[in-house]
Design a protein around this ligand. Structure first.
Ligand code: NDP
Length: 331
């Protein structure tokens, strides 16, 4: 197999030289193990944190070891009950072409008619659940409210905006980093309005898009987006803090929103969440999202890069907005 290793901890924006593609022979599966050939790898913004020295959790990437990440694959050899050759599985053994590991590392997936297997890394996977949880459980969206979503043309944001529409939001406003993405939001995805945050100050553009204010903000970006949203929020407004990608390459802590006193005056709630804490909602999410997809009520895109060689460029491209919808690597 071929697998990517992190060879140096990036400072600021990672460089291709911080990574190395390594070839390795895998052992034959032992009793209780399976051999899997990966077919799709996920690249996600959280991986940037795992590359840093400041990340101390168990998940942090170790230097010169295979990197981890979401992957969909096919069982090619099994010495474990419950998994057979041909089975489609999800694992955290991404950034590599294949793996031999105990069966517990793999979740058996049921293929969905008309949906590519890569969907389990996006619309039907972790990003989809993040959008669903953030909007419904964390922000507690109610019908008739006005919602603002940043990073709206990405994997999570594109779904958060559409779920808001399906849950009866009065208006859904999105921000993204190009005019083409803005057109995608108001076209295929049915956002009420959208703006290009690179074309002018977020504060002014949001105020113009929401003259009556917003009730819920789904934050993927942080920084100036969060500060603008705090000013635009109506009394009792709620924010689901999903991510803050504008600061992920930063070498200094980002400056906080300067208008925190508005939280007091307007009785606002800002609540962060990690999707891993909400695995109990996966079945309900899968049912509901499966229904929306079957009925054609949710539209999604993927940006697909080909080959294990392209995984690092796919990751760096994701961080620069070269994706629309979920960024995946096809093997
Ligand atoms: P996306 O598919 O949204 O890809 C990242 C996008 O971020 C890019 O396409 C780019 O779009 C945008 N971006 C990059 N730099 C900036 C910037 N400086 N300002 C504004 N936008 C920027 O990724 P995901 O959907 O996977 O993740 C979105 C967010 O959700 C991230 O913050 C991520 O960390 C978070 N997340 C959190 C989870 C949780 O459990 N809390 C789970 C999953 C994701 P553009 O062209 O618009 O700039």
């Amino acid at each position: 197999v071929q697998e990517w290793h992190l060879t140096a901890r990036p400072v600021g924006r990672p460089k291709p030289e911080d990574f190395r593609l390594v070839a390795r022979e895998l052992p034959a599966p032992a009793e209780g193990e399976v051999r899997v050939r990966n077919t799709f790898l996920s690249v996600d913004p959280y991986m940037r944190a795992l590359m840093s020295t400041t990340q101390t959790g168990d998940l942090a990437y170790r230097l010169d070891r295979p990197m981890t990440g979401g992957a969909v694959g096919e069982v090619v050899e099994s010495r474990a009950a419950g998994l057979s050759p041909g089975d489609l599985v999800l694992s955290a053994l991404g950034w590599r072409t294949g793996a031999v590991a105990p069966a517990e590392h793999f979740t058996l997936l049921r293929r969905v008619n008309g949906v590519a297997d890569s969907a389990f890394l996006g619309v039907l996977g972790m990003p989809g659940l993040s959008a669903y949880v953030g909007l419904t459980e964390i922000a507690g969206l109610r019908a008739g409210e006005t919602v603002f979503v940043s990073g709206a043309a990405g994997a999570v944001g594109s779904l958060a905006g559409q779920i808001a529409r399906l849950r009866g939001a009065k208006a859904v406003i999105g921000s993204a980093g190009s005019d083409a993405k803005v057109a995608y939001l108001t076209g295929a995805l049915g956002f009420t309005s959208a703006f290009n945050y690179k074309a002018g100050p977020v504060h002014t553009q949001l105020a113009n898009a929401a003259p009556d204010g917003i009730d819920v903000y789904f934050d993927n970006v942080g920084g100036d987006h969060l500060e603008a949203a705090i000013d635009a929020l109506n009394r009792n407004g709620r924010v689901a803090l999903c991510g803050a990608i504008s600061g992920y390459h930063g070498t200094e802590p980002p400056s906080g929103p300067r208008n925190m006193v508005e939280l007091v005056k307007k009785r606002l709630t800002l609540r962060g969440f990690e999707v891993i804490d909400h695995a109990d909602l996966q079945p309900r999410f899968a049912d509901e999202m499966g229904g929306w997809l079957a009925d054609g009520q949710i539209s999604f895109r993927e940006t697909v890069e080909d080959g294990i060689d392209s995984a690092v460029t796919a990751f760096l491209g994701l961080m620069e907005g070269r994706n629309t919808g979920k960024m995946v690597v096809r093997l």
